[in-house]
Design a protein around this ligand. Structure first.
Ligand code: PMP
Length: 387
């Protein structure tokens, strides 16, 4: 595929570090050769560090983020179980549909667009009946709304409900202390803040959730996803032993090893702080351009992506193509009810001042081209001040 490279600022896949791409492009080794076994073992150990879950069980399976959702759902739900889905957009709805496939009775709490479901509403719902599992999207990629996992984890502990975080758009970009916050499953995919091309479903599972799975009375309703097939494989690689169930995505796992090394070298806290700063600078820059974002307040605005509304009266497709003309790729809307009214910009992974400023400049140029009266470079000054 030969094309002129544009800056990829969609919410995944993202721009990847050259070292990660180099690690991926070596001639493919056997999945049972000693060097690869060592790499896979290290990947699983580093995941526990990045997820901040030293006693958790990590899984790496070839597939996308939806597979990660499927693995957690199919292993933890048995027909007739009650599940609570706390939805802040498109991906909450997806989790509700998915859990129903495995026979769950789903209660769906949906936040107004741009906001979260209040904690007292979640607690009131948990008081009504015994739920086996509750799930929420840490950052909903359709709305850029951020949930705070800690108080939801506290409710999970208080009401003895397993908590599952869809962290596809947050892990390694937003703060998650899985073990300290008592979250049972934190799942993600490789192509976002974790910084590896698409193709890996990743998760760390608490020992509590593993024992709930072990004590199931019915077989897992999904053969590929069944932890019964994958647990021995992960345990073997952790013990540096060869093993096989389904062929691992060898090159992607080598890329993941490099990316996790880079994440830990930077430091997880520093990395989260860098995302905070980038998110803040970008949101303020958008404000300087006169653009309003979907999240109703700063405390529920994600740092891994932003979702600004188009200015009224201007066709969105024209704005997006004007941004593209300036060499930056952004994404269209995703939430069906407001899809054509907004766009989305990812700012995660290796994102720095350079990418934030380049993207703001491209948006500014596109808006000016459409005749909007904007003070030139004001958004850049705003962003620079924050950096
Ligand atoms: N959950 C969230 C929050 C996501 O952002 C995405 C992907 N955009 C998914 C789940 C699904 O991941 P995938 O596209 O890799 O299947």
């Amino acid at each position: 595929m030969k094309m002129q490279r544009k800056l990829l600022m969609i919410p995944g896949p993202i721009e990847f570090e050259p070292e990660v791409m180099d690690a991926m492009s070596i001639p493919t080794p056997s999945h049972v050769e000693p060097d690869f076994i060592e790499s896979f073992g290290r990947v699983l150990e580093m995941m526990k560090q990045v997820w901040m879950c030293p006693s958790g069980q990590p899984f790496v399976v070839a597939g996308t983020g939806t597979l990660a959702m499927d693995i957690a759902g199919s292993n933890l739900i048995e027909p007739g179980d009650h599940a609570l889905v706390i939805s802040t957009g498109y991906f909450g709805q997806r989790y509700s549909d998915l859990l129903k496939r495995y026979g769950a009775n789903v209660t769906l709490l949906t936040a107004p667009v741009g906001d979260i479901v209040p904690m007292d509403e979640i607690e009131a719902t948990l008081k009504k009946r015994k739920y086996k599992l509750m799930t929420f999207t840490h950052v909903d990629t359709s709305t850029s709304v951020l949930n705070d996992p800690k108080p939801i984890g506290d409710l999970g502990k208080k009401y003895d409900v397993l908590t599952v975080i869809d962290g596809v758009c947050s892990v390694a970009g937003e703060e998650i202390q899985q073990e300290a916050w008592g979250i049972d499953v934190v799942l993600t995919a490789s192509q976002k803040a974790v910084g590896v091309p698409p193709g890996l479903a990743l998760m760390v599972v608490s020992q509590k959730a593993m024992s709930v799975w072990k004590n199931r009375s019915t077989p897992v309703g999904n053969y590929y996803a069944d932890w019964g097939n994958w647990l021995p494989i992960m345990e073997a690689y952790l013990q540096r032993k060869p093993s096989y169930f389904g062929t691992p995505a060898v090159n992607l796992i080598l890329a993941l090893e490099k990316s996790l090394q880079l994440i830990l070298k930077e430091g997880v806290e520093q990395r989260i702080e860098r995302h905070r700063k980038a998110g803040h600078a970008f949101r303020e820059g958008l404000k300087s351009l006169g653009l309003k974002i979907i999240p109703v307040k700063n405390s529920v605005a994600a740092n891994t992506l932003s979702a600004p509304y188009f200015p009224e009266g201007i066709r969105g497709a024209v704005i997006i193509s004007g941004i593209l003309d300036k060499g930056v790729v952004v994404a269209g809307g995703l939430l069906p009810e407001i899809k054509s009214t907004y766009f989305r910009v990812g700012h995660m992974g290796m994102v720095s001042k350079k990418e934030i400023v380049t993207t703001l400049k491209a948006i500014e140029a596109s808006l000016i081209k459409q005749g909007l009266k904007i003070e030139k470079d004001a958004c850049l000054k705003t962003a620079f001040d924050i950096f």
